[in-house]
Design a protein around this ligand. Sequence first.
Ligand code: SGN
Ligand code: CA
Length: 542
Amino acid sequence: MKVRLYTRSLLGCFTLLLGLSCRFDNAKKESPSEDTRPNILFIMSDDHAYQAISAYSDALIQTPNIDRIAAEGMLFTNATVTNSICAPSRATILTGKHAHLHGKIDNLTPFDTTQVTFPKLFQKAGYQTAMFGKLHFGNNPKGFDEFMMVPGQGKYINPDFITTTGDTLNKTGYATDIITDLTLDWLNSKRNAEKPFLMLYLHKAPHRPWWPSPEKFKEFSKKTFPEPDNLFDDYSNRGTAAKTAEMNILKHMLFSYDCKVFPETIEETGVTTDSRDKRFFMNGEFFRANAAQRQLYQPILDSIANNFKTNWPKMTEREKTSWKYQRYMQDYLACISSIDDNVGRVLDYLEESGLGENTIVVYTSDQGFYLGEHGWFDKRFMYTESFKTPLLIKWPNQITAGTTNDEMVQNLDFAQTFLEAAGIEIPDDMQGESLMPLLKGKNDEWNRNHVYYHYYEYPAEHAVKRHYGIATKTHKLMHFYHDVNEWELYDLTKDPNEMQNVYNDSSYKSIRNELTKELLLLRKKYKDSPELDKKYVNSYYD
Ligand code: SGN
Ligand code: CA
């Protein structure tokens, strides 16, 4: 070990001599410790679509740093969430349970912090535990020795942080950079090197309103991105839910708040906008910026306003959709680019400090996101782009570098995976499965061939109806309920974009019956039921 560290520091200084950056030459070197249990660095972004990670697809953006995790580890192509919305997904990750059991069915219901979570178990087992960034629970995290957490959704510019001591601190700068600084500072100078650590490094970005740093805003506002095939989806051949959802780029994306056209420009142009738009913008990120920061944003915002003024009035409906899509992608992907740079800083630190050798690094998102597919932004549906979530894991000497895994894994599985990796006893009532066999390349020990999904937050923003469903690698069956009673079935082998509901197609009768039966069994297995559906509808209106 000593020889390796010595070699590393020599290498580090050599790099410095070459004039290349050696930002962490003062990084603490791994001190020999009796406790050889692996460290865990869990990196999660908020609303990061897998379509915006080049390890999955390089059509939209290059993410060389996030890709390093896959290059040195494993890329999961079939990772999904159990409920595609922020806080419920996070509660599932922490508890290893579906939403109907942990109770955080939507972003509004409070999380019962007396529940068993994997960080609590890690803390009890002698790990040092820390969390920096966004949790979005409405109450402070439990099971962490130290945390700094943005309140609620958090802000991009000059964000506030709630600390372990209950204070609120304001930090000047850009959230993605600051959350990373806090993480690195803890790893480098606050951590107890005698103990293994569990670190949750949780980005606020790229959540709406997709507000980039000035440099990335400048760079990305000049780019043009390819459109998805179904950007102009008319929602025919599907049920009511897709037609009535309010997340269409043309109809529901706000001009000022989302597209960053000044409200006065909208007024000058005589365009009608949502009544909330101006208020949201005026209360939003730009007005949090100090004078120096505003100066950096102003020329880019001016150029967006000019472009809008000149072009919008002449555009067809299709051109308007494309214009808004480009504005959306420019900002969303600019946010991703900052995340990627910052993930690179953390990976460099792990490498240069030697800590990386015994650290499991996970990159994921709280759910997927629509990047114009079906004409949408946002998430919530069980349709592929928001149901799937990115998942990349590296663990030196355990996971074979550069491997791809297409087994059906879920955010439900993290808690058990981490507990097993750390040799901590797994509570019987957790509902996931440890990914350990897959990480070790033993795919034949993995027997799951379908997964369960349940979304609740309705009526609510974006108006996505309540639904639950079952997915296999080839098909998806969904039941929309509450104020409708509609079933949808998709053949993912022939229709990967889910444009044609084949539930009533007689040639799918046997697969429909088989999946309906499996879905019932799955609901039973996970202890979900019509009674609970009703309970959660009623509690919603209390
Ligand atoms: C906010 C956003 C929504 C988003 C939810 C949930 N609106 O309410 O577009 O769906 O968060 O997102 S905004 O006007 O406030 O930007 S989640 O990731 O937290 O679940
Ligand atoms: Ca989210």
